[in-house]
Design a protein around this ligand. Structure first.
Ligand code: BES
Ligand code: MN
Ligand code: ZN
Length: 490
């Protein structure tokens, strides 16, 4: 797994400012006020910082921006980063600034003179989130991330505040690693093995194999995987940090390790992107990791359906009729609408077995959600205003885009089948809504439920504020906060 950059907090200067190696960062307010470290850097560089503050570049600079002086005369450091930062900032501003510093330092060791900056733990989080490389398959350039030292007036307080944030960053990195991994490496078996390794963190992990799934009647899930050489699996991860009798929150993830479309095969162009079709399962895994690492005082169960959607002589065909675990029958019109077939069985199983207080599923479910919301917001569908409101609030606080979409019985018309209880596609209009509507048929009366369509946000083609291009880890932070807000409150 790609390691998080080590972050150390210190009160005094381990070295005099002049002798700091690697990259050095100092803080200057947007008004141009220097703190003690900035003044000292200014003195050593014979006024270079003051000249920068007087420049047009600085006048145009916004909060959180980094201006770099390369090879500053008078300092041993290779680069001096001037971070434009008011004395008081929001958590998100601090994270964004940390992310900018991560970009600016590249792979060099970094010392940040943060003085008495508020939200410095969030600065560290932003650094750790943005400091991510997926270089597992590069024969060169695979180095452990360089250290970050944050010098602050209250290092112990800061270290304490950072510990749970570091747990979340670990979870985000795990999700990204899983989502970025190619499908020949991250087979269903490899995925399950990586989840089983989380037993070391105190999670209970069960791997259900095909015979057990058949026994349970999960035939729609098995139907999706029946054309693949990789066996289908369901993995259950339990974190019991709450009261013994408290009903858990269930997180359910779509884990299609590769989505070729099956017999309804996808076009060649861009098909390689379908290695990320396990993004929902990846997010569930990363969230469970974060909860375990920070020893969350809540009961949460994560369930992922791991399958590969391939065309072959044994694959499901358009026109096949399959019976779900719930008992409802589905006419498969398009084998590329496979995610809902996986989820419906895992959703049903989660409710039957755990009687959860709430269910949240995550899935790279539809291309239509990308048409609707692009890469800025995940689609949020819910039958419960309370749970949904809490989730939207958590997502906003974590700066993870989420936008509520409608559900409604009128859309059910589009799912009517002549031969079975429903078809697996509802046609082009409202493609994301009919997919959600399909899932809702497998939600039991009275169970609060959210479906998150993350097809647009799980993996992106350009850098974001917190991640280099590729997997983002979207949702780990919002779900972690939701658990904290709603399930840990005493
Ligand atoms: N995995 C795809 C959805 C997807 C598309 C994820 C683009 C990420 C990026 C899903 O299984 C799929 O193929 N959906 C079809 C549904 C259609 C056949 C009703 C789609 O969106 O085209
Ligand atoms: Mn598909
Ligand atoms: Zn898919």
């Amino acid at each position: 797994m790609s390691a998080l950059c080590p972050v150390r907090f210190s009160s005094f200067d381990p070295k005099a400012l002049a002798d700091v190696n690697g990259h050095l960062a100092i803080l200057v307010t947007p008004e141009g006020t220097m703190d003690q470290a900035a003044r000292s850097a200014n003195r050593l560089t014979k006024g270079a910082v003051a000249r920068l503050i007087a420049s047009d570049d600085f006048a145009k600079a916004k909060t959180g921006q980094v201006i770099t002086l390369a090879w500053p005369a008078g300092l041993a450091a290779e680069a001096l980063h001037v971070l434009v930062m008011p004395r008081r900032v929001s958590a998100i501003e601090a994270r964004k600034a940390g992310a900018k510093l991560a970009e600016a330092r590249g792979s060099a060791p970094l010392t940040v003179k943060a003085g008495n900056m508020s939200r410095a733990a969030d600065l560290a989080l932003g650094l750790a989130l943005r400091d991510y490389r997926f270089d597992a398959h590069k024969s060169q350039d695979s180095e452990a991330p360089a250290e970050v030292v944050i010098c602050h007036n209250k290092p112990e307080e800061l270290a304490e505040a950072y510990a749970p944030l570091q747990a979340v960053a670990e979870g985000v990195h795990m999700t990204r690693d899983l989502v970025n991994e190619p499908a020949n490496v991250l087979t269903t078996t490899e995925f399950a093995d990586r989840l089983a390794e989380m037993r070391a963190l105190g999670l209970e992990v069960e791997v259900l194999e095909e015979d057990a799934l058949a026994e349970l009647g999960m035939r729609t899930l098995l139907a999706v995987g029946q054309g693949s050489a990789s066996p289908s699996k369901v993995v259950v991860m339990k974190w019991n940090g709450g009261a013994a009798e408290a009903a858990p929150l269930a997180l359910v993830g779509k884990g299609v390790v590769f989505d070729s479309g099956g017999i309804s095969i996808k076009p060649a162009a861009g098909m390689e992107d379908m290695t990320m079709d396990m993004g929902g399962a990846g997010t569930v895994a990363g969230t469970m990791r974060a909860l375990a690492l920070r020893k969350a005082k809540a009961n949460v169960v994560g369930l992922v359906g791991l399958v590969e959607n391939m065309p072959s002589g044994t694959a499901i065909r358009p026109g096949d009729v399959v019976k779900s675990m719930k008992g409802d029958t589905v006419e498969i019109i398009n084998t590329d609408a496979e995610g809902r077939l996986v989820l419906c069985d895992v959703l049903w199983y989660a409710q039957e077995r755990f009687k959860p207080a709430g269910v949240i599923d995550l899935a790279t479910l539809t291309g239509a959600i990308i048409i609707g919301l692009g890469h800025e917001n995940a689609g949020v569908f819910s039958n419960d205003d309370n749970l949904c409101g809490a989730f939207l609030k958590a997502a906003e606080a974590e700066d993870e885009g989420a936008w509520r979409m409608p559900l409604g019985a009128a859309y059910d018309e589009q799912l009517k089948s002549n031969v079975a209880d429903m078809k697996n596609v509802g046609g082009r209009p409202a493609g994301s809504v009919t997919a959600a509507q399909f899932l809702q048929r497998f939600i039991q009366e009275g169970t609060p439920w959210i479906h998150l369509d993350i097809a647009g946000v799980a993996s992106v083609k350009s850098n974001t504020a917190y991640a280099p291009k590729g997997a983002t880890g979207w949702g780990v932070m919002a779900l972690n906060r939701l658990v904290q807000d709603m399930f840990e409150a005493e």
